[in-house]
Write a protein that binds this ligand. Structure first.
Ligand SMILES: [Zn+2]
Ligand SMILES: [Zn+2]
Length: 231
């Protein structure tokens, strides 16, 4: 079953990452950045850093990413996200990193030139396997911390090609596009409006939001400087 999601071999760091290798030194630099942001170094950051490097390599791009040549989707926030960011250089501010909060340690790497998208996820046995690379270490935590640095990519990750919905182009959208929601009146950038029953709506008003106003959508006072506003 695992082999089903491994259509290709990950050949990036195909062999154990020896402690005297340039790859190990590069990873150490990335983890230094990640740990500084995170106040400590933990196994998930190492996994995120390794996944960031492997994911970009799988879509044919060197790390860190160049201006808008890639888009990275991470499926959880937290420690893992810091590792991914430090390794890839993708950030929310540059619109090269997006959080799709599914509570999974997984990421999709999209190449904006080729439109190819690959999803990486840790191998289900990754925690067990880490112990083989850290036999002198006593706790599982420390075995993962060390093992995830040294393991070959193939032992760490499964990956598969995916098609994004919406497509990469739509996620990136055109810079500078603006619309206004016909219900709440708020401005919508990056083409995130939806058309519902002939109306241009924001996702919240279209029922696709992540909150519901306590007063209901109709009653709220939009602008504290215009308390008389009724539209
Ligand atoms: Zn952590
Ligand atoms: Zn709205």
């Amino acid at each position: 079953m695992i082999d089903d999601c491994r259509p290709q071999e990950l050949t990036v760091w195909a062999h154990e990452v020896r402690e005297d290798s340039p790859e190990h030194a590069r990873l150490a630099e990335i983890l230094h950045v990640s740990a500084a942001r995170h106040d400590h170094l933990c196994p998930r950051q190492v996994l995120g850093a390794r996944m960031g490097l492997a994911g970009l390599a799988v879509i044919g791009l060197p790390a860190p990413i160049q201006h808008k040549n890639a888009l990275v989707f991470i499926e959880s926030d937290g420690c893992f996200a810091d590792g991914i960011e430090a390794a890839t250089g993708a950030t929310v501010g540059h619109r090269t990193l997006r959080v799709q909060d599914l509570g999974k340690v997984a990421a999709v790497f999209g190449n904006l030139t080729t439109q190819q998208a690959m999803r990486l996820v840790p191998h289900p046995e990754v925690r067990e396997r880490a112990k083989r690379y850290a036999q002198e270490v006593k706790t599982n935590y420390h075995a993962q911390l060390q093992g995830y640095r040294l393991m070959p990519d193939q032992e760490l990750f499964c990956y598969q090609e995916v098609e994004l919905d919406p497509a990469l182009e739509a996620v990136v959208s055109r810079a500078g596009v603006r619309a206004r929601c016909e219900r709440c009146g708020e401005e919508i950038i990056n083409g995130r409006q939806v058309l519902s029953a002939g109306k241009c709506l924001c996702r919240t008003c279209a029922g696709q939001g992540y909150y519901v106003p306590k007063d209901g959508l109709e009653e709220r006072s939009l602008d504290p400087f215009r308390p008389d506003r009724t539209d």
